[in-house]
Write a protein that binds this ligand. Structure first.
Ligand SMILES: NC(=O)c1ccc[n+]([C@@H]2O[C@H](COP(=O)([O-])OP(=O)(O)OC[C@H]3O[C@@H](n4cnc5c(N)ncnc54)[C@H](O)[C@@H]3O)[C@@H](O)[C@H]2O)c1
Length: 339
């Protein structure tokens, strides 16, 4: 399968490496608007400079491609996806699906109208840690899930578009954690209250800290607390999690999964008391492919063999709706309901 990659700086590096590692996918060419980045990356990755175009319409006209990988900033996703889908080319797009909910919905509508595949790169889903947590929850051994708590703290100095956004943390980072909640709970959020703020030392224009409470359609409550301008003691990018369940508690701390079971509810004298088992560490599942390698393989299988697509835009729109519902809850101070 031959692809055109849009955007070869920043996160484009991760995709350049994934495609160059792949024995299923090769490059037809690239689109990069920044001439310096185009030149540097052509040298660094041994790309043919003649295959790097300034615009997607030019690239679509000159190159013979089967699909597109979009690694540009979110505000360009709608235009890129629309052009590619109308040209009949399947799209693998970086998250967020688009920079606004309206643009994201327009992409989903275009994918439906054209019948062309559109897949979103929610790479955090396809990590051993995430798959391990999901498999423990799906096994039913913990009993019903009552509540989920997630915390994330980091302080990245990216520069660029994130430092100009109104809600950089929620739209660009928490989207991964909210998408993981949907995956873990196999449900969608129905009610959200949230607050966001910016500490005095923040280098982001928009709010880089937030806290949210959500109710999911299956009755599970989640609490989320996060910051992208935390000055020390960073947590894992996957966040720390606590799952309070009927028969056990599962902790995910610094990428280690630990379970403690409730053995019985009476002590030796027969009084009501919770008696626990030893804390046990759950070994992480092994995956043949992870992250971008997994997504690229799934995308290729969907495009070339018609297999069901991982994280299609038609499902991912629910993650985008959740993200923008949290933004609305922060901006209004009101509880937001999703139907
Ligand atoms: N899944 C993840 O873990 C992850 C991590 C980082 C970034 N991302 C996502 O990747 C996307 C890009 O983020 P980034 O950090 O690489 O941004 P960036 O600004 O660092 O890099 C974007 C690149 O695209 C180029 N570009 C910009 N507009 C373009 C256009 N219209 N056509 C072609 N090229 C264009 C820029 O010149 C630059 O080379 C965003 O949607 C971001 O959320 C995902």
């Amino acid at each position: 399968m031959k692809v055109i990659q849009l955007g070869i700086g920043g996160m484009g590096n991760t995709w350049l490496n994934a495609v160059q590692r792949s024995d299923e996918v090769a490059y037809a060419g690239f689109v990069e608007i920044n001439a310096d980045i185009a030149r540097e990356q052509a040298t660094a990755y041994n790309l043919d400079p003649a295959t790097i175009y300034k615009t997607l319409p030019e690239a679509l006209e000159k190159l013979n491609a089967d699909a597109v990988i979009d690694v540009t900033p979110p505000q360009f996703h709608k235009e890129n996806s629309t052009l590619a889908l109308e040209a009949g080319l399947p799209v693998l797009s970086e998250k967020p699906l688009a920079g606004t909910l309206e643009d994201a919905q327009a992409i989903v509508d275009k994918a439906r109208e054209t019948g062309v595949i559109h897949m979103v790169a929610q790479n955090y889903r396809y990590r051993p840690l995430t798959q391990t947590v999901k498999s423990v929850l799906d096994s039913g051994e913990l009993g019903a899930v009552g509540a989920v708590h997630a915390e994330f703290f980091n302080g990245p100095h990216f520069g660029g578009f994130r430092e100009e956004m109104a809600h950089p943390l929620i739209i660009d980072m928490s989207i991964h954690h909210f998408d993981m909640m949907r995956l873990f709970l196999r449900s969608d959020a129905s009610e959200i209250s949230a607050r966001s703020w910016n500490p005095p030392w923040s280098w982001f224009n928009g709010d880089a800290s937030a806290a949210a409470h959500m109710r999911f359609e299956n009755g599970v409550f989640t609490s989320y607390s996060a910051s992208w301008c935390s000055q020390a003691l960073p947590s894992s990018w996957n966040a720390n999690w606590r799952f309070d369940c009927e028969k056990a508690v599962m902790l995910v701390q610094d990428d280690t999964v630990t379970v403690q079971d409730l053995l019985r509810v009476t002590d030796r004298r027969g009084a009501l008391a919770n008696v626990h088992g030893e804390r046990r560490v759950v070994p992480l599942l092994e995956m043949e492919r992870e992250g971008q390698d997994y997504l690229l393989h799934e995308f290729c299988e969907a495009v070339t063999k018609g297999k069901p697509v991982a994280t299609p835009a038609q499902d991912n729109i629910r993650t985008v709706e959740l993200v923008f519902a949290v933004v609305r809850a922060c901006d209004s101070g009101e509880t937001v309901k999703l139907s």
